[in-house]
Design a protein around this ligand. Structure first.
Ligand SMILES: Nc1ncnc2c1ncn2[C@@H]1O[C@H](COP(=O)(O)OP(=O)(O)O)[C@@H](O)[C@H]1O
Ligand SMILES: [Mg+2]
Length: 270
């Protein structure tokens, strides 16, 4: 029987940051995941790839508790989260930040106010001026100029909006960052800038990053390992070199097709 007390975040935990076992998700008769396993190591940027509709976003939502799976176990920071209430998981949820597909900033709030939303939610008693200072700092950390803080999302470019989304995801100094297709819709220069930001944040803040992406350049440039979703499961996890050694048609086509070859040669030039 699970009690109502919040489960505590264990600062000394050394194991995998995310551990998904035997996950099953379905919508009506459509089975999206079946027996899906995945482990994410501390400090890595793991790229999650797969065809459109293979369940990448649903996997992320299952891990962060927005989607209740039919079966399976999800542990984050070593804590089993399934079947727990929001009140029980609050200390663990504070330790991650999320950038959803599409960015999803509140359009009626400024960038700084957007960043303050999670701070207000998790630390309602924090002094208002201090909250503002924290928000300003996060805006700078995300590579935005300070004068972006009082602007509304509609006044920003697509790339700046993504950075504002990162600033909000970093609001609570997370250990783990979830990014769902962060470079989709950005031009190549904006996308490369965002990749650099992700890598810099991971290195300087010691983050673990769960990164869903279609972007082959991103995979080559910043991912330590790549997990491939197909046939309702994670069919392979490894470095791109390790994946290329596998004889799977989707993997071969994806990494060795014309776009894949271009992305890998671009990396060698860089
Ligand atoms: N809330 C939902 N209700 C019904 N079907 C859904 C829901 N969310 C996702 N799906 C379906 O699950 C499948 C996987 O979705 P998703 O994880 O969003 O794919 P992607 O890999 O492109 O991120 C899709 O076929 C999608 O239509
Ligand atoms: Mg998706």
């Amino acid at each position: 029987m699970i009690g109502e007390d919040p489960i505590q975040f264990d600062r000394h935990y050394e194991g995998p940051i995310i551990c998904v076992k035997g996950l099953r998700n379905s919508f009506g008769t459509q089975v999206v995941h079946e027996g899906l396993d995945l482990e994410v190591r501390r400090g890595e940027i793991i790229g999650v790839v797969g065809g459109s509709g293979t369940g990448k976003s649903v996997l992320m939502r299952s891990i962060i508790g927005l989607q209740t799976p039919d079966e399976g176990d999800v542990k984050v920071f070593g804590q089993s989260l399934l079947g727990r209430s929001d009140a029980q998981t609050i200390e663990v949820r504070k330790r991650w930040g999320v950038l959803f597909q599409g960015g999803a900033l509140f359009s009626t709030l400024t960038v700084a106010e957007n960043v303050m939303v999670p701070i207000r939610e998790f630390y309602p008693n924090m002094d208002r001026d201090f909250r503002r200072e924290v928000a300003k700092y996060k805006v700078c950390l995300s590579g935005l100029p300070p004068d972006a803080a009082p602007k509304y999302p509609s006044e920003l470019s697509g790339g700046m909006r993504k950075r504002a989304g990162i600033a909000r995801a970093l609001a609570l100094d997370p250990d783990l960052l979830f990014l769902d297709e962060p470079t989709a819709g950005l031009d190549p220069i904006g996308a490369a800038g965002f990749d650099n930001l992700t890598r810099e944040l991971q290195q300087t803040l010691g983050l673990t990053v769960f990164l869903i992406t279609h972007d082959l350049d991103t995979l080559h440039a910043i991912c330590d390992r790549v997990a491939v979703l197909a046939d309702r499961q994670v069919i392979a996890v490894g470095t791109i070199e390790e994946l290329l050694a596998l004889d799977h048609p989707w993997i071969q086509q994806y990494f060795n097709g014309p776009r894949g070859r271009m992305a890998s040669s671009g990396k060698q030039l860089a």
